[in-house]
Design a protein around this ligand. Structure first.
Ligand code: NDP
Length: 424
């Protein structure tokens, strides 16, 4: 079969036609076709992406117990991973008991790059940009004047020698409430035109940077050690072990990756619920984790004077307007649930979720172990994966929890037994 011929002009087809082509060429069953069709959106989703087929759904829940800057929050989270929301809520509850999380935003600027290649003398570009910086900033302003009216706009322009004849002209922009990718790219292209016309230097590309290091948010919390267990000596042992676990993530990048993945479990789930670009946040976070050349844990926990203090700083170049925030129907409702009034407030909430998620994970890890807390959720997933219905799942989950290390075959066998009993 010539697959390419079947998919010719695929982008011009309707979702129904695309499904028919897929079904025919790849042998999708009636049930599979219905499954895809039932989830197809009749609204805006087909216009959001190319070659739209259906809408892939993920579960949304809310994490509770968050106290950030003395304000209580309910946090919408979109995730497929069992236990993320339970752990976030549980971590947040313990941090609220300690007086809550304090969060701050250091700055909220976006950076972009116009990159030049084949530069023989870096100083000539640097001097020219320094001399013309006001003109270049004005060009950027004129390229997207509405952001200036909103109180934002281009702030600084400077050059960096990247070596091997490459030079980056870096523009920072106050993007106000947007993530700002598109306005930044428009401004950069306008600057690139000037470079081309006046400096007679061809640019290689112009695009925002996802580094996010000028959009940093920090969350901190200080927990009285006595809160960590009923017995004070036990509590101190737990605090010490959390501190050590956090230290290992500073020393060992193999552990740091897992440490940070746990933080991003919560961060991504909120970013997704808020209609933001989670790939941008992921890239920014991991780049930030390697700032000094070694990949390290993004959070740190220290034990001093019977207080366990945790700090997490994250680059969070998110937006509360623009992008997918207006197109995805649930985002406006999620913003209302979280009662977010500004992008800074959302940044503070996200970093607070990361810290609570990290605390819950570390505490579980150094006490009962991660599996115990996860077990019920894992068993529920196993039950669902072997085809248990919503009615059958609770009973099967209970039975699986009694086994030491249940597998798919055992789950299937138990499910069959449940069904046989029901049929009796
Ligand atoms: P938009 O292109 O939707 O731009 C946001 C727009 O919102 C602004 O241009 C502005 O339009 C309007 N707006 C309304 N109110 C405000 C306000 N208070 N503050 C600021 N703007 C306001 O989205 P973004 O430019 O934010 O780009 C985000 C999208 O870009 C994401 O979907 C992302 O996936 C995508 N993207 C990401 C890239 C990357 O990360 N590397 C690259 C390219 C795209 P106006 O002022 O004209 O009214």
């Amino acid at each position: 079969m010539n697959m390419n011929a079947a998919f010719s002009q695929f982008y011009k087809r309707t979702p129904e036609q695309r499904l028919a082509i897929l079904a025919k060429t790849l042998g999708l069953s009636e049930t599979e076709q219905q499954e895809l069709q039932q989830r197809a959106d009749q609204g805006d989703a087909p216009l959001l992406i190319e070659n739209y087929l259906t809408t892939y759904q993920l579960p949304e829940g809310v994490a509770v117990n968050f106290l950030v800057n003395q304000h209580e929050y309910v946090v919408p989270m979109v995730t497929e991973e069992p236990s993320v929301i339970a752990a976030a809520s549980n971590g947040a509850k313990q941090l609220a008991q300690a007086g809550g999380i304090t969060a701050t935003v250091r700055s909220r600027l976006l950076t972009g790059q116009v990159v030049l290649s084949d530069v023989r003398v870096y100083a000539s570009i640097d001097d020219w940009v320094a001399l013309h910086q006001n003109e270049l900033l004005e060009v950027a302003r004129q390229a997207h004047p509405s952001i200036v009216k909103r109180g934002g706009g281009p702030q600084t322009i400077r050059t960096r020698d990247l070596g091997e004849g490459f030079v980056s002209i870096d523009l920072t922009v106050d993007v106000q409430s947007a993530m700002g990718a598109n306005m930044m790219n428009t401004m950069l292209e306008a600057i690139a035109d000037v470079i081309q016309n006046k400096l007679h230097h061809t640019t290689l590309f112009s695009i925002l940077s996802n580094a996010g290091d000028q959009s940093l948010a920090t969350a901190t919390v200080s927990i009285p050690v006595g809160q960590l267990a009923n017995d004070f000596d036990d509590a101190k042992r737990v605090a010490k072990r959390i501190e050590q676990a956090s230290r290992i993530a500073q020393l060992d990048s193999m552990r740091a990756v897992t440490h940070n993945k746990g933080i991003m479990n919560g961060v991504d789930a909120v970013v997704l619920a808020m209609g933001n670009d989670w790939r941008a946040i992921e890239s920014a976070a991991h780049a930030f984790a390697v700032t000094d050349g070694q990949y390290r844990g993004l959070s740190q926990w220290h034990l001093t004077d019977n207080q366990l203090t945790g700090t997490l700083t994250l680059p969070l170049p998110i937006g509360v307007v623009g992008g997918a925030t207006k197109v995805l129907p649930l985002v406006a409702i999620n913003q209302k649930i979280a009662q977010i009034k500004s992008p800074e407030e959302l940044m503070m909430l996200i970093v607070a979720v990361g810290l609570a998620q990290n605390f819950a994970a570390l505490k579980a890890l150094v006490t009962s172990g991660i599996q115990q807390g996860h077990m019920k959720m894992q068993m529920r997933s196993l039950a669902m994966s072997v085809g248990a219905t919503a009615v059958e799942t609770p009973a099967l989950t209970q039975q699986l929890m009694k086994l030491s290390d249940p597998n798919e075959a055992q789950a299937t066998q138990l499910l069959n037994q449940i069904r046989e009993k029901q049929g009796e």
